[in-house]
Each structure stands twice: as C-alpha cells, then as structure tokens.
Ligand binder design. Structure first.
Ligand SMILES: [Zn+2]
Ligand SMILES: [Zn+2]
Length: 218
C-alpha cells in the first residue's frame, strides 16, 4: 500500500458504509482519517438506503468525497453513485437503475455474483447502462469477484472496486484504480465511463467475516 503513490494512479474506494447504515458503527471522521492514512484520493460513502451522511457530515479533507447510496431493490443491491437523493426500497432492479440515472447518477451493480450477500446474480445479464463492481472487499470468496471481472470484461462494462467496509480497518481494502489526475466527481465518473478504471485490492477471509459479523452486531 505504501507503494500506491509511486505509481501514476489514483485510488478510490467507491463502496464505504458509515454509522448511518444500520449494520455499521464507523464514525465518519475515523473513516476519512483511515482513507487518508491509506493514501486514497477519495471515497464514496454508500450507506444502505440513506444519504444522510452527505447532508449531515462536514469534515475538512483534501479527499474527494463522492455521494452515493446502496439501495435494497426487491431482488438485491444496486448502488447509486454521484447522487444525494434517496431512492425508495424494494423497487425492481430496472426501476431503481432508471431512477438513479434520472437523478444524474450512475448505477453500480455491487458484488453481483455473491449469492450470500444480496448480489443480483444472473439478473445482471439483462442489464445495460451499468457499472460493474469487479472487486468487493467483503466477498469472502475471490471467485465471486473473478466472475464479476470476467463478465464485465467480456461485455465491456465499466469497472469499479470498493471495500464495502463496515469497520474502519477495512476502508481501502479494495478500490477503483484510475489514471492519475482526477480532480472532481465528473472527472472520476468520466474516467469510469471511458473504461479507464479497474477494480483491484483484497477481500476479507472467511474467519475475518465471522469476526466482523460479531463486531458489527454486538
Ligand atoms: Zn451490498
Ligand atoms: Zn455495501
């Protein structure tokens, strides 16, 4: 990780939860501190079904903070990237994506093939106008991420990566790698749309998943 800055790349964790998600206790200040410590250029806070973070939190930082939301559709999770709007729960996948696009955001399909964590699975095969999360730090099998990578590359969908962190120490575990020079949210979205990005990084092991489950819910 110390080597990140040596390369001509920018690193963004585009899937981070804060204590505005019911299943997460991460304090916003600690999230930002950890992201700075890891050398990220920015991060997207994508809480479950709420964008409260983006209205209530004001923190001095040089990091690019990208608004977002992880929506529970009636068939799994979809992330709205670049929007502060709340999207109703339990709409269909297609309605959710349409609503995100109407608000001017982009729709990411997170952990699509992780059947243990509300991935939308094969339903992704019918979708268009999506970004695919090809590295999710909370998938306990890299197999799920590899399927997403193969799918996105075969179909030429834009790629993102994110930690899906629910604990401070997991922030930045997985990330979106971009060519250096991203200075705004528009730059970032454009870089992803132009397929200049990749999802990379690590993921939690199965024992860590168990430990995390206790840390979150105790
Ligand atoms: Zn999810
Ligand atoms: Zn998530």
């Amino acid at each position: 990780m110390e080597n990140w800055r040596k390369e001509e790349k920018d690193f963004f964790d585009l899937h981070v939860h804060s204590h505005y998600s019911r299943d997460c206790k991460s304090n916003p200040k600690s999230i930002i501190k950890e992201a700075e410590r890891r050398g990220l250029s920015g991060l997207a806070i994508t809480d479950h079904n709420t964008t409260d973070f983006h209205y209530k939190v004001r923190i001095e930082t040089d990091l690019l903070i990208i608004p977002g939301i992880e929506v529970s559709t009636n068939k799994g999770h979809i992330i709205g990237l670049g929007i502060k709007n709340t999207i109703p729960k339990r709409l269909s996948i297609e309605e959710t994506i349409e609503t995100i696009l109407e608000f001017g955001g982009e729709a990411i399909v997170p952990h699509p093939f992780d059947i243990t964590r509300k991935g939308i699975g094969k339903r992704i095969f019918k979708l268009e106008k999506i970004f695919v999360e090809t590295q999710n730090g909370s998938c306990w099998l890299q197999y799920f991420n590899n399927r997403a990578k193969n799918f996105a590359r075969r179909k030429n969908f834009p790629e993102t990566g994110g930690s899906d962190s629910h604990r401070i120490q997991d922030v930045g575990m997985a990330y979106t790698v971009c060519p250096k020079g991203i200075e705004s949210i528009d730059d970032l979205l454009e870089s992803i749309r132009k397929r200049k990005t990749k999802g990379e990084g690590a993921h939690l092991s199965l024992p860590e998943k168990f430990i995390r489950a206790f840390q979150i819910h105790l």
